[in-house]
Design a protein around this ligand. Structure first.
Ligand code: SF4
Length: 186
């Protein structure tokens, strides 16, 4: 068996949908070796970043983000549903790993998020702290690499770590490239 279990580590309120939660799971072992296989076979991959080993899947509703040692699932009804989803995810990882001889891994970076995907993970308060009139405008600017995640100050708060990490997976390096560019004064 590739991974024996994924434990529910903790939950957080979900920014995208009040009343729902983000589930944070910890796999029994590192899962990075299965990510290129999932990237090759799943139709709902919206982002794969091999440099940081992050794969983001769209689910309806919400997202599943897989990193080597942590998984995040957004817009979950409650902890019971979270445990069910983590069990289904473990099964998917194991089935995919068992079929690895028949799958051509896809190692290339992939990034096809839509503005709505990004917007769903932002605080969505339209507070304008980032300088944009709305969170949707900021989402579009992020996708165009004209803005960096760090420019949304509310997103730097510790209680939104999971949304921030999911956004990092979704945006790949785009969200940090600009801040590095700025810090270097270029
Ligand atoms: S700072 Fe963040 S929450 Fe405020 S408008 Fe910009 S993107 Fe939205």
């Amino acid at each position: 068996m590739f991974v024996e279990y994924i434990t529910l580590d903790h939950t957080r309120p979900c920014l995208a949908e009040p009343g729902k939660i983000i589930v944070v799971g910890k796999p029994a072992q590192a899962i990075e070796s299965v990510l290129p296989l999932l990237n090759a076979i799943l139709p709902n991959v919206i982002s794969y970043n091999p440099r940081v080993c992050s794969l983001v899947l769209r689910r309806k509703p919400g997202f599943i983000t897989l990193t080597p040692d942590t998984v995040y699932i957004t817009q979950v009804k409650d902890a019971d549903e979270g445990i069910e989803l983590l069990g289904a995810l473990r099964d998917l990882l194991n089935q995919t790993w068992d079929a690895r001889e028949t799958i051509q891994p896809r190692n290339a970076e992939r990034r096809t998020p839509r503005p709505l995907d990004v917007w769903e993970l932002l605080p969505r308060t339209n507070c304008r702290v980032c300088g944009e009139a709305t969170c949707m405008a900021f989402a579009v600017a992020l996708l165009q690499a004209n803005r960096a995640l760090e420019e949304c100050a509310p997103l730097l708060q510790p209680d939104v770590t999971e949304s921030r990490e999911t956004l990092r997976g979704l945006l790949g390096n785009t969200a940090t490239t600009r801040s590095v560019w700025r810090e270097s004064g270029r």
